[in-house]
Design a protein around this ligand. Structure first.
Ligand SMILES: [Zn+2]
Length: 219
């Protein structure tokens, strides 16, 4: 996921976001100003409020529409999708990028993607993106570059590709290794009580909390 392109795949495909907020931000600012100048009980206040709400609705609709369509495209193409884990990225903390990131709303998109992939029998695997943009996807050396440098140009092996494609290949590699390792490590048998299987233990636990049905669905 990037600011230049919404999504870049390891196959070298770019998907660009419509950035609806950017498109309407001028109009929205004007309306918000108008709204703030209206009197509390005036008729104009209600009109301005409705117009503001309509703009916000349009933005949400464009985002959602684009998001679902992109999910469909990706899921039709790939069974397992490796994606960077945004929680550990910490980019939103950077104030210059915060606005842009909020507009492209990656976290909303990754939620959509996980949901759609699962219902189609596939899966989305989140990968720690540490060093994925700096590391060379061909030789593994670290090639330092600022956000402004768009091309990964490796002085060690000569690889020259788009920085986002390079990062995507790294994410795929890390994700695949992680998945292989989790296959090799057998699931721990957590039954500690005599003669009770983990499944039985779970159902016992569920029985104990039937009074709170909300929790039950997520156990
Ligand atoms: Zn290299």
């Amino acid at each position: 996921m990037g600011l230049n392109h919404f999504i870049t795949t390891s196959d070298g495909e770019f998907f660009d976001h419509p950035k609806p907020m950017k498109r309407v931000s001028k109009k929205r600012k004007l309306l918000a100003k108008k709204f703030s100048k209206t009197t509390k009980r005036g008729n104009n206040r209600n009109k301005a409020r409705i117009r503001l709400a309509r703009i916000d609705e349009t933005v949400t609709n464009i985002r959602n529409d684009y998001g679902w369509k992109l999910c469909k495209t990706l899921i039709q193409k790939y069974e397992t999708i490796y994606i960077e884990n945004l929680n550990v990225r910490g980019m939103v903390k950077n104030h210059c990028l915060a606005g842009a990131i909020t507009d492209v709303s990656w976290s909303d998109f990754t939620n959509k993607l996980s949901y759609k992939a699962e219902s189609a029998g596939g899966k989305v695997v989140k990968v720690n993106p540490k060093n994925t943009s700096q590391k060379c996807s061909s030789c593994g050396n670290i090639v330092k570059k600022t956000l402004a440098i768009r091309t990964h140009n490796c002085p060690h092996c000569g690889l020259k590709i788009d920085r986002d494609i390079n990062a995507s290949i790294n994410i795929l590699t890390i994700g695949k290794i992680g998945l292989e390792q989790s296959k090799l490590t057998p699931e721990r048998d957590e039954a500690s009580t005599d003669g009770i299987s983990p499944k039985q233990a779970l159902s016992m636990k569920q029985e104990a909390i039937t009074s709170t049905p909300k929790v039950l669905g997520y156990e």
